[in-house]
Ligand binder design. Sequence first.
Ligand code: PLP
Length: 291
Amino acid sequence: MNLVEPGDRVLILINGVFGVRMREVASRLGANVEAIEFTWGTPVVPEVVEKRLKQETYRIVAVVHAETSTGVRNPVAEIGSLLKGSDTLYLVDTVTSLGGIEVRMDDWGIDALYSGTQKCLSCPPGLAPLSFSDKAMARLKGRRTKVPNWYLDLSLIASYWGKDRVYHHTAPVNMIYGLYQALLIILEEGLEKVFARHRQNHLLLVRGFEEVGLKMLVEEPYRLPMLNTVLCPGEVNELSLRRCLRSDYRIEIGGGLGPLAGKIWRVGLMGHTARKESVERLLSALRKLMG
Ligand SMILES: *Cc1c(COP(=O)(O)O)cnc(C)c1O
């Protein structure tokens, strides 16, 4: 909304629902949108992006860090290094990654990132933490046209957030206090420990899946710890198993989306829920239901 103007050339790297959403948002803003699509369940391939960037220039290149629809971690740092020194802005969706795996905005050359409070930050939904680099702020200042949505106009929000405190909207202070506490809890545990807890419980879950004969969708190096995708065995009715997990065991897991509908289960181990008890409870339920 803030960085795209009508006619801007925008490249979206798509390998799941949230990449598709980015394309939809950019095209509604009148951008000249191009996409490179990768098979869902596989990562974006930097070499393919590099080839395109040698032929074309874009105002923005955008990608999702943790694709929640498929369980894939995209190579955000590698893509960022392709854009180094260019005028192109690098936009990254970190909604599911923030608080569960490393997100290094400056080191990876990211100009704008957005996240959410309700995934690995374990906070009520409603806020979208975001960060802009100096380069992104300069792009915002240099717009030819006004930001098309008054409420989301960061140039106005920035003077409210900054020292000037120019009234823009009524801040949802209850949610900000909630976020403050959630961040405090993460920092008290320690970021490295939080990441390790996500990783360990992911590995525990993968091992348990393999023991009951289930196969992971995503190849090992690209798996997300906080969103585990597993192939549904052909002989099981995936929807009724999920319903039964929910009604009888009070466990909710997700189904597949788009081309993966009916083919996978998506198991979240995000923030507070990334713990051994959750993993063991799900595995013991699965053993009963599939045994
Ligand atoms: C959940 C999610 C979103 C959307 O967040 P909402 O708050 O539901 O709009 C966007 N991107 C990714 C990668 C997500 O996982």
